[in-house]
Design a protein around this ligand. Structure first.
Ligand SMILES: Cc1cc2nc3c(=O)[nH]c(=O)nc-3n(C[C@H](O)[C@H](O)[C@H](O)COP(=O)(O)OP(=O)(O)OC[C@H]3O[C@@H](n4cnc5c(N)ncnc54)[C@H](O)[C@@H]3O)c2cc1C
Length: 353
């Protein structure tokens, strides 16, 4: 049995299946609701129930307090409908956001390549048609015998819609990334859902773009930059890709070739722990330090896209803000894992997740 969910202030009504969460139903209908952890822990997806009854299910007592429950609030990522329901949600419409419904996909592994000693490139060819997405978005992949699903950013641009390319770093002690690095083989199939996320380029704003990426955090920027350059984006685009050492760096040939073909694109690989005596002649330091040097500590006029491990994203936000770039010009994708999934962003001035 399904119930009807009306979403205010947009006034749209969608069906919600028995056992389906409000968030899942909205995303599958192409209605974006703010959310982050997806497991009732962080409270980012809090909405007001203005009519009808919901089951709050596994919402944590910290993310949804007793007084909030009695005030009619719920968490969209856990709440199931017990009747027809109307919610009021904080839907902030973005001119550059495309309305793309989340769907289920099956992909066959048609390429599996070591990009470095701990990063694998995985190409999943779609068994069931094409995937529509915006460059920068991610998918949630399920792995055999492993509970839940894991998010990975799509590294290819949207005009390659018959497959998704993923760049997967092995997390020490990680179940899914361990599976990818030890067990996954050509010809295997994996299921996934997507596309998710609001990490896409606000093209309509125009102007110079600064991408700061840490490790496999270069996956989304790769898709975004390939898409922008193919579309003829003419303003300056800078990519700073930070990794620890030379052995961790990948993608230089491709990005260097892009700088030859597109004079408005600048590519800066940066190594934070390369031995002093090595023959590396490029930039040294953390991503935010290198960006600070490149821009002389002043980022006014840029729109920045930050992608990678949370400490890299936090450090970069602080540097950008010190250099006069503010929240509305900074967009982030934090590669959270189960270890840090419940931590809040550390920058007090910066609330975007
Ligand atoms: C939007 C998004 C996009 C991402 N895109 C990419 C990408 O393109 N490429 C990429 O490499 N990564 C990406 N990530 C990160 C990636 O999703 C994680 O590395 C992955 O989920 C780890 O899965 P796992 O099963 O290997 O690790 P898990 O088994 O989930 O464990 C992860 C870590 O947490 C520890 N841990 C597990 N359970 C607990 C617990 N209960 N308490 C404390 N610690 C615990 C483990 O020991 C391990 O260190 C992305 C993350 C997000 C949020």
């Amino acid at each position: 049995m399904s119930h009807a969910l009306t979403i205010e202030p947009i006034g749209e009504t969608i069906p919600v299946a028995e056992g389906q969460t409000i968030l899942d139903a909205c995303l599958r209908a192409g209605v974006y609701l703010p959310h982050a952890c997806g497991h009732g822990l962080c409270g980012s997806c809090k909405v007001d129930v203005v009519d009808g009854e919901v089951d709050h299910a596994e919402a944590s007592g910290f993310a949804l307090m007793d007084f909030e429950r009695s005030e009619g609030k719920t968490l969209a990522c856990t709440a199931r409908l017990l009747s027809d329901v109307t919610i009021e949600a904080d839907i902030d419409e973005e001119p550059d956001q495309q309305r793309i419904a989340v769907r289920d996909f099956t992909g066959r592994v048609v390429a599996l390549e070591d990009l470095t000693h701990d990063v694998k490139a995985v190409r999943l060819e779609l068994a069931d048609g094409e995937i529509a997405f915006q460059a920068g978005q991610y998918v949630n992949v399920a792995f055999p015998g492993i509970d839940g699903s894991r998010p990975f950013s799509i590294a290819n641009p949207p005009d390659e819609s018959g497959h998704v390319d993923l760049q997967i770093r092995l997390v020490p002690g990680g179940a899914a990334t361990g599976y990818v690095h030890t067990t996954l083989k050509l010809g295997d199939t994996l299921t996934f859902t997507g596309p998710y996320g609001r990490f896409f380029v606000r093209v309509s704003r125009g102007g110079p773009l600064l991408f700061l990426a840490g490790g496999t955090g270069v996956s989304s920027p790769r898709a975004m930059i390939l898409d922008l350059l193919a579309e003829g984006y003419a303003a300056p685009i800078t990519l700073v890709h930070g990794v620890r050492a030379r052995a961790d760096l990948y993608g230089e040939q491709e990005f260097s070739a892009l700088t030859e073909a597109h004079p408005n694109f600048r590519y800066v690989p940066a190594l934070s722990s390369e031995p002093e005596h090595s023959d590396w002649r490029g930039e040294r330091g953390f991503v935010h330090e290198v960006a600070d040097r490149l821009f002389g500590g002043l980022f006014e006029g840029q729109t920045a896209y930050l992608c990678g491990p949370p400490p890299m994203v936090e450090a970069s936000i602080n540097t950008l803000m010190r250099g006069r770039l503010f929240e509305k010009h900074i967009f982030t994708e934090r590669f959270l894992t189960a270890k840090d999934g419940t931590e809040k962003p550390k920058s007090p001035l910066f609330k975007k997740i």
